[in-house]
Write a protein that binds this ligand. Structure first.
Ligand SMILES: Nc1ncnc2c1ncn2[C@@H]1O[C@H](COP(=O)(O)OP(=O)(O)OP(=O)(O)O)[C@@H](O)[C@H]1O
Ligand SMILES: [Mg+2]
Length: 356
């Protein structure tokens, strides 16, 4: 019996993986100036000198993470005296978790339990002295950390007091105002330079996708890149949207045994491709937060008291009203909901709507 699976090489894909969002390309068109700026800022670390802390901000899919990872990769290759560490604050949410992660990256043994922050700090500093390496630490999605308080930032700054080679910090967020409410003393010690990542224009998006197309496909009809780029720009200029269009169109072309990716394939999948960032965030939020979003997506708009009541009805063991307020603030901070305050309506003051 013939297998239902094809054993033939793909006629469509040369390398599908270059279309995956986690793929880090060899080239980042239209981010050359940002790459240079970040590289200049962190460069002194390789000379054992104090470097410029940097804050990269801008809307989703504008290349902030990719630029940082790109510069970090090159920097480690360039200098033996440098250790770069990338941390996503969705995965490491406290000062303790972040310090443990840095220790782990420096191959410092930290017991899972029972080690205080100060002990970890001490070990970290010792390890840095021993290896004589300068540290560059990126805290991506840093709003998730600052939202919980300033302790972690303070601890990172504390490392600098004891080390000859100061730690250089790179912060990333969609929210340009992350540091607005941070205590002035901490803010000024951070001495951040801000770098804005503006959304890509249609022409820029086309160039970026074109580079990926060359690596991903054997053959592509004229107009495919333009259509994908246009959809990406219209959905907020997130490159991930364009990449997903190309990937899905490629898969459709393959299913239909076509000899190339055609405009028609892109047209057929286009309307099913929505902004990517909300989906990424929804995978990261807690179960309770997911229930709240589900309710809001159904009801569109609710007073916070009504929302809490509805939430309690739906889950087995609901969190307290106090904790619920924190949860709502977290969803707002993450950009998934809007809160409207009504003046003069006592007890019913907050109206919540889903943002996306
Ligand atoms: N200039 C570029 N050239 C090539 N690929 C790019 C460029 N900018 C972004 N990309 C690609 O787009 C995708 C999203 O980029 P990235 O993760 O850096 O966005 P981001 O700004 O960090 O977004 P978010 O704020 O949602 O985290 C990645 O796959 C990345 O490789
Ligand atoms: Mg990112």
């Amino acid at each position: 019996m013939n297998s239902i699976f094809s054993v033939e090489e793909s006629k469509i894909f040369k390398n599908e993986e270059v279309l995956f969002p986690e793929y880090l390309p060899e080239l980042l068109p239209h981010r050359e100036d940002k790459i240079k700026q970040l590289a200049n800022n962190i460069f002194p670390v390789s000379r054992g000198r104090k470097a410029q802390n940097t804050f990269l901000f801008g809307s989703p899919g504008t290349g902030k993470t990719a630029t940082t990872k790109f510069v970090f990769r090159e920097f480690e290759e360039f200098s033996e005296r440098v250790k770069t560490i990338y941390i996503n604050c969705w995965d490491y949410k406290s000062a303790h978790a972040i310090l443990s992660k840095i220790a782990y990256e420096l191959e410092v043994f930290v017991q899972r339990r029972g080690m205080s922050k100060d002990e970890i700090l001490e070990k970290l500093i010792e390890a840095c002295k021993k290896t004589n390496k300068g540290l560059v630490v990126c805290l991506d999605e840093v709003d998730q950390l600052v939202f919980r308080g300033e302790e972690a930032l303070y601890d990172l700054l504390r490392i600098n007091q004891y080390m000859q080679n100061p730690v250089c910090l790179v912060f990333i967020s969609n929210n340009p105002n992350v540091f607005v409410d941070v205590e002035p003393r901490i803010k000024s010690s951070l001495g951040i330079e801000e770098v804005e990542f503006k959304p890509y224009s249609l022409e820029e998006m086309k160039d970026i996708l074109q580079e990926r197309v060359k690596l991903a496909f054997h053959s592509v009809e004229d107009g495919v890149v333009l259509l994908a780029a246009n959809h990406a720009v219209k959905s907020g200029s997130d490159v991930r949207v364009g990449l997903e269009c190309l990937l899905r169109a490629g898969r459709l072309a393959e299913q239909e045994n076509s000899n190339k990716v055609k405009v028609e394939h892109v047209k057929r999948i286009l309307s099913s491709i929505k902004p990517v960032k909300p989906r990424i965030l929804k995978e990261r939020i807690s179960e309770d937060e997911r229930v709240v979003l589900e309710i809001l997506e159904e009801k569109k708009e609710l007073f916070s008291v009504e929302l809490y009541r509805e939430y309690c009805d739906r889950v087995g063991s609901p969190i307290s009203e106090r904790a619920f307020r924190d949860l709502i603030n977290h969803l707002k901070e993450t950009g998934l909901i809007r809160i409207k305050k009504l003046k003069g309506v006592k007890g019913r003051a907050r109206i919540i709507t889903p943002k996306l």
